[in-house]
Design a protein. Structure first.
Length: 364
């Protein structure tokens, strides 16, 4: 069994994708040879979610800590080369922070990035994988990601960077995220990206919401209460539409963002599920005149239906929106298992995501 040290764990979507042995939309994803030994997370509600889902985190030691506090003392507790995989997702950082032209003490994102890098340096896992937003590729005109790559390569890793649309891997959501995958150089084996599983047959929102649990059978199925004015506004917004559908009407809203009052299109994957935001940002059902429930959001993020999130409605929304979709990361976990097993699969460039080149700023 390969050992995982998980940081920025949140609700654990990344870990669940590595563990396997879960079911989504009637398909079972077999158990993989990974076990999360430690899960480090600052948010107490997220820690409670992990605690209440021991089925997916058996014998995992939960660390409710701020990763930036006493980091040097914390790292002394763990042995180098003991962990096969390090998981996490530091926030998007700018070149000025990464290049240490601006004090890290004054920038929380810079501190979090630096802490993740220190875990890589100290633990020296065989592989690490970090998830980030698409914007990190263009931060400071591409200089930030270039320096990040150089940093990890100096730490002894071959780093590959991919921009992944998780809809291409079976998630019913158009969710683009950057994956940093580092392989320790002494392993002398290359990470080969997985082939697309759903490139030409994305799962739609209608499909994602089939056979949802009933309200009395499952937590997080309760619809959010909204005003009559919101209901009337939604009646005038077509499926797949947004606030523009009610411009110059009594139901017009202030705002110029396309994610305001967006309704799903049932015949397409959902747009990106977001973690927070005020009125009009909750995401709205394609047929019913209401916001999505948290269980529906969890479906769009490919969590199994029996995953029991903890916290308020707003907090559960945050955990779901910030998560890595388990189904989407599963094929990457399979490839990392192959790598650790000493297997190098055949690379099929015609059916794989492209690697991002930090020098040319192109995908190759």
């Amino acid at each position: 069994m390969y050992k995982i040290f998980s940081t920025f764990t949140g609700a654990g979507g990344l870990d669940i994708g590595f563990h396997g042995d879960f079911t989504f939309l009637g398909k079972h994803y077999p158990r993989l040879s990974f076990h999360t030994e430690y899960a480090l997370e600052y948010n107490k509600d997220a820690i409670n979610s992990l605690e209440h889902n021991k089925k997916y985190f058996p014998n995992t030691q939960l660390l409710h800590k701020d990763i930036t506090k006493n980091i040097n003392d914390e790292l002394k507790k763990y042995n180098q080369n003991e962990y096969d995989v390090l998981l996490g997702g530091f926030p998007c950082v700018t070149f000025s922070v990464v290049g240490k032209q601006k004090g890290l003490k004054d920038d929380i994102n810079g501190q979090l990035y630096e802490c993740f890098a220190k875990y890589v340096e100290k633990l020296q896992p065989k592989v690490f994988i970090a998830e980030n937003v698409k914007g990190i590729l263009s931060a400071n005109k591409g200089k930030a990601v270039k320096i990040i790559k150089e940093r990890f390569e100096l730490d002894g890793y071959n780093l590959k960077i991919f921009l992944v649309n998780f809809a291409d891997f079976g998630v019913p959501q158009l969710r683009e995220r950057v994956l940093f995958i580092g392989v320790r150089k002494d392993l002398n084996i290359e990470f080969i990206p997985p082939e697309f599983t759903h490139k030409n047959n994305h799962i739609t929102a209608n499909k994602a919401f089939e056979k949802l649990p009933k309200v009395e059978e499952c937590k997080h199925m309760q619809p959010l209460k909204v005003t009559n004015n919101v209901v009337e506004r939604l009646k005038h917004i077509k499926e797949g539409g947004n606030y523009k559908d009610v411009e110059n009407t009594p139901y017009a809203v202030k705002g110029l963002m396309s994610n305001i009052y967006r309704r799903l299109d049932g015949n397409k994957p959902a747009y990106t599920v977001i973690a927070s935001g005020g009125g009009g940002t909750w995401g709205y059902h394609q047929r019913y005149h209401r916001p999505l429930t948290n269980r529906e959001r969890a479906r769009l993020q490919s969590f199994p239906d029996d995953y029991n999130f903890q916290g308020s409605t707003t907090e559960v929304r945050r955990q779901i929106g910030n998560a890595v979709p388990p189904v989407g990361i599963y094929p990457f976990a399979e490839r990392i298992k192959d790598l650790l097993d000493g297997i190098e699969p055949e690379y099929n460039p015609k059916n794989c995501i492209k690697e991002y080149n930090v020098e040319t700023k192109k995908f190759i």
